[in-house]
Design a binder for this molecule. Structure first.
Ligand code: CA
Length: 228
């Protein structure tokens, strides 16, 4: 679960980041309305925690522009004002819920969970598996045959990508583009992909276990109990 936290007060933002990361959310911070707008329109988030009081473009304005642009990412608006008009204005502009400052961290967590549930981003939808390999996207834990597998962030992303396309051949070009954000296929990126696949194999396909990662010669890779 990836959350964009928009907050200009450094200490508050850092406290939110640490607290949410402690709950296994992926957190990206934005300090200004401009930065928030840029990120929300160029990256994928499961939700946005948006402070209303920001220097320059404030939260309400950011929210309105995002909705006008068709960005439907759920927004939890954080307001320092408890005036009914502000809450109504926020909801009218397309906020999914709001929270009044100061709030208890536990309440924030409950609101986030409720919001994600309403969006159908339930915990069941956050589990991927093939054979005896399981990935939990919420806790970011992976296990094979009940044994925890420790992955780096990139290895996790690579495995998630393969799991979502299990049984199909994933081309090197697509991996380079979607996992490494590299559009030109070149030798360095091929080597990087090979190194990561090799590491993933060592962690996932330990000796004695059925091989799940297969090389499709000259094309790419596939994940599954059987080679495609
Ligand atoms: Ca603020």
């Amino acid at each position: 679960m990836r959350i964009l936290v928009v907050e200009d007060e450094y200490k508050v933002a850092e406290a939110l980041r640490q607290g949410l990361e402690g709950e296994h959310y992926d957190v990206v911070l934005a300090e200004t309305g401009e930065d928030a707008f840029y990120r929300a329109t160029t990256e994928r988030f499961d939700m946005i925690l948006l402070d209303v009081m920001l220097p320059g473009r404030d939260g309400m304005e950011v929210l309105g522009t995002l909705r006008d642009r068709g960005v439907r990412t759920p927004v939890l608006l954080v307001t320092a004002r408890d005036a009914i008009e502000d809450r109504v204005a926020g909801l009218d502009r397309g906020a999914d819920d709001y929270l009044v400052k100061p709030f208890a961290f536990e309440e924030l967590l409950a609101r986030i969970r409720a919001l994600l549930r309403r969006q159908g981003r339930t915990e069941d939808a956050l589990k991927l598996s093939v054979s005896d390999l399981h990935m939990d996207l919420l806790t970011r834990k992976v296990d094979r045959a009940g044994q925890a597998v420790e992955l780096t962030a990139r290895e996790f992303e690579l495995l998630e990508y393969l799991l979502r396309r299990q049984g199909r051949t994933v081309h090197r070009e697509t991996l380079a583009r979607d996992v490494w954000k590299v559009t030109e296929r070149a030798t360095p990126i091929d080597n990087v992909i090979d190194v990561h696949i090799a590491r993933l194999r060592r962690k996932i396909d330990r000796s004695g276990a059925a091989k799940l990662i297969h090389t499709v010669r000259g094309v790419g890779f596939s994940l599954g109990l059987e080679a495609p």
